[in-house]
Design a protein around this ligand. Structure first.
Ligand SMILES: Cc1ncc(COP(=O)(O)O)c(C=O)c1O
Length: 459
């Protein structure tokens, strides 16, 4: 059983960055790619649970988990043990050519969370979210014999050529990199807080469906569309939850036209939303189904070890032997970390203070955080919206007339950091709260107190 570090209150840092942090950041700025972003000065030295200590000895509460990756926190003993054991056996053979039991059993375990009676799924393993997305799109094209892909505005799918083409969140990901993949179109994402297409919060799901059907009449022949790829809860675009009727209606639209439905669960999946996959919040509700044909996962799957997966219905995974592969994909050490992560997510191994499973903890502590943040809206009118599910939570900052306030968001993010809370922005004016799923209610309360204090300082 794990012993958790006691909740503590980080102190206000008035002299950030510390000298060691500053020195490393200076070397970093000299030698690393000019494309890396540095939202605030932080250089980690070691971590324990939900706490990260920097090279100058400042201990920070982690509310972003390396962009929704560190599911089990930092240096979780169960994950560390699994990795150590596998490293002493073998670290690489190449899954494309030889099976290895640890990845076979990982695939068996992952499909159990999506398979329905009479339906079998298969898994392709890669190393990153973008690779899972590439695999999904290649499979959809190969299976359907069609080429067109529809994605959404606000989406993020990764940095490879296919993935940046699909991405619709910021032009900086594409500027200067063209030409991109042909035959890709973007449609609005049904954001209930800022409904597109002149719709309302309640009608924006149907409005997007009508918009796509309109495109099929005017611009894109439906029988040339291989797939629609969408994040069931949009991450980088602003931590947005679509209206409940939308994904089932999108499933029906795909069925009507023989189009593959791909759910990109890279950010919201693996228990973060309180269910294994975020689409499962909508599947089976009111008798409506929205099971996709293909799912991509990465990030939270292995507590930070690099592995990703593309899951597809057996009837869809028809590409021939040798048509796709990866030298490192499904690496056994990363697979061991994924098994250990799943042990904790499913509750096969318990983490003390986190109920029956980390998935349950994500749902319960996430609900607590959301309720507290909604209560804070009364004190801070510039918090325009609080939304999410489980520990996938977005906080949108607005101007007095309701427009996104990115400047205020940036100031809030820095004020939180200075008080010891690691956080990350997304969308135009959103702070995402995506802590490790081992976060207890007490630790969550500590983080919320820091947020409140930082927001008061802004006023
Ligand atoms: C939804 C989604 N898909 C794909 C990716 C790309 O993942 P990676 O950076 O591992 O390639 C991300 C990364 O943020 C993501 O959020």
């Amino acid at each position: 059983m794990t012993t958790l570090p006691k909740p503590r209150q980080p102190e206000l840092k008035t002299s950030l960055p510390g000298p060691k942090t500053a020195a490393i950041m200076e070397r970093d700025s000299q030698h690393l790619s000019t494309s890396y972003m540095r939202p605030y000065p932080f250089v980690p030295d070691h971590g324990e649970g939900v706490w990260l200590t920097d090279v100058d000895g400042n201990t920070m509460l982690d509310f972003f988990a390396g962009i929704a990756v560190s599911t089990t926190g930092h240096a979780h003993p169960h994950v560390v043990r699994a990795v150590q054991e596998q490293v002493t056996r073998f670290t690489h053979v190449c899954l494309t050519d030889y099976p290895q039991e640890i990845t076979t059993s990982l695939a068996e375990r992952m499909v159990r969370h999506v398979e329905k009676p009479g339906e079998k799924w298969r898994v392709f393993f890669g190393n990153s979210g973008a690779e899972a997305v590439e695999a999904a799109v290649k499979l959809a094209r190969n299976h359907t014999g069609r080429s067109h892909i529809i994605s959404t505005i606000g989406s993020f799918h990764g940095r490879t050529y296919g993935a940046i083409t699909l991405t619709g969140s910021k032009t900086k990901y594409k500027r200067g990199f063209g030409p991109l993949l042909p035959n890709v179109s973007h449609v609005p994402y049904p954001n209930p807080f800022r409904p597109p297409l002149g719709a309302t919060a309640g009608t924006c799901g149907q409005a997007v469906i009508d918009h796509i059907e309109g495109l099929f009449q005017t611009i894109i022949p439906a029988d040339e569309v291989a797939a629609i790829i969408i994040e069931p809860m949009q991450g980088e675009g602003g931590y947005i939850v679509p209206p409940a009727d939308f994904l089932p209606k999108l499933r029906s639209l795909c069925d009507r036209h023989g189009i593959m439905l791909i759910f990109d669960e890279v950010q919201a999946g693996m228990g973060r939303s309180g269910k294994m996959y975020s689409f499962q919040h909508f599947d089976g509700q009111n008798g409506m189904n929205c099971q996709p044909d293909i799912i991509t996962v990465a990030k939270g799957i292995a507590s930070g070890m690099p592995i990703s997966a593309m899951l597809a219905k057996e009837s869809v995974m028809t590409w021939p032997v040798g048509s796709h592969g990866s030298t490192y994909g499904g690496n056994p050490v990363a697979a061991a970390a994924a098994h250990a992560t799943l042990d904790l997510l499913e509750g096969v191994v318990k983490h003390s203070g986190c109920g029956d499973s980390l998935m349950e903890n994500a749902a319960q502590v996430g609900e607590f955080i959301m309720a507290e943040l909604k209560a804070m809206q009364a004190e801070f009118p510039f918090i325009g919206d609080v939304r999410g599910a489980g520990m996938f939570i977005g906080l949108e900052f607005v101007t007095p007339d309701g427009r996104p306030d990115g400047k205020l968001r940036d100031a809030a993010s820095m004020a939180m950091f200075e008080r010891g809370l690691l956080n990350l922005d997304c969308g135009e004016a959103v702070i995402r709260i995506s802590p490790p799923l081992i976060l207890t209610r007490e630790e969550a309360a500590t983080g919320l107190e820091i947020m409140r204090d930082a927001l008061r300082a802004l006023k």
